[in-house]
Ligand binder design. Structure first.
Ligand code: SF4
Length: 336
């Protein structure tokens, strides 16, 4: 169990959500909280009107709705398709979270209760494809965190194992994997753990699990027979980044199980940051570490920033060399 520090403190719900079994289950689970009816999970006036400095308070609300969009988007990384699934947004507050720049102040956790409908679509798509496909079901949220609220992951993993083809996959920054360890997953789920140095987790990935717990969870999932991967993501090049990322890779060498070292792959993603995030973070977390660095970053269109090419190339070479030295044969799938 994760310590969610009293999350949620209130629920905003679409009336239609209570027509679904999961909606009624959530209503019963959180009936002691205030429930506010809303027209649409996409436009909650109270949240949209709030000041940026209210962001941490808004993040404590849970939104319960029905997903209307079921459009799959092609992808060419670990998965073949990005799937709109049972949640969007998150209760944690990573300062770089791209959901913040996409949704501005609305990156609160939204849970969609029509999971049967989403699973039916997923199974149909999986069976209809010529070649087995991999479906990314966690690109808009953190499903391990969501699972603490809904219990959706065991339901998903076992149903896909029974009736699916190919694989499902999701990344996480949370360690609450106990409910997943005994499931019949049939090797159809690829579990990906995101790792960062402890200093970054503490100062930037606010509300997520500490590094030792993430590594333990990854070892346990591998032991339980899941296919596993590691995301070094996002790589944040604060002053002194070489030291803390070098130590992270040493920690991985010391603490990852031999099975993980044998079968895991690595994805490396350098941080991008946006103008909108910079404004919200400056007002909502005035004391927090500043991620925007004029010297080291450059514009990348539509108010986004990334590290300058020379620095990124230096970072990539550094990480590849350390991974090769400490983690031997672990393949790096891609670096972006
Ligand atoms: S855990 Fe993921 S979804 Fe949640 S705030 Fe952090 S980056 Fe965003």
């Amino acid at each position: 169990m994760l310590n969610l520090n009293g999350f949620p403190d209130a629920v905003y719900f679409e009336a239609e959500a209570l027509d679904y079994p999961l909606g009624r289950e959530l209503y019963s689970k959180y009936r002691a909280l205030p429930w506010h009816e809303i027209e649409s999970h996409n436009a909650i006036a109270e949240m949209q009107r709030s000041e940026n400095r209210e962001f941490p308070r808004l993040k404590r609300h849970l939104v319960v709705g029905v997903r209307k969009t079921h459009k799959y988007v092609q992808n060419h990384k670990v998965s073949d398709w990005l799937v709109p699934y049972t949640s969007s947004g998150c209760a944690a507050m990573c300062l770089y979270c791209y959901l913040v720049c996409n949704y501005n102040k609305c990156s609160y956790l939204r849970v969609f209760v029509n999971r049967e409908q989403m699973m039916e679509t997923l199974l149909r798509r999986a069976k209809a494809s010529k070649e087995p496909q991999t479906f990314e079901i966690g690109s808009n949220s953190d499903l391990v965190l969501e699972n603490e609220i809904t219990g959706n992951l065991p339901w998903t993993i076992e149903r896909f194992a029974e009736g699916g083809r190919g694989s499902i996959t999701f990344p996480t920054k949370f360690s609450a994997v106990a409910p997943l360890l005994k499931l019949k997953h049939e090797g159809r789920t690829i579990f990906r753990m995101s790792l960062n140095p402890p200093e970054i987790i503490k100062k930037v990935e606010l509300g997520t699990s500490p590094l030792p717990e993430r590594i333990k969870a990854l070892n346990e999932m591998c032991e339980a027979g899941y296919k596993v991967g590691i995301l070094l993501a996002p790589v944040i090049m604060l002053p002194g980044w070489e030291k803390i990322y070098g130590e992270l890779i040493e920690e991985m060498e010391a603490e990852l199980s031999e099975s993980v070292k044998k079968q895991a792959f690595i994805e490396i993603i350098f941080m991008t940051y946006s103008y909108v995030q910079n404004i919200i973070n400056t007002e909502a977390f005035p004391g927090a570490v500043k991620l925007f660095d004029r010297e080291r970053m450059t514009g990348r269109g539509r108010g986004k920033y990334c590290y300058k090419e020379t620095l990124r190339v230096e970072g990539e070479a550094f990480l590849r060399e350390h991974i090769k030295r400490s983690l031997g044969g672990m393949p790096v799938l891609y670096v972006v």
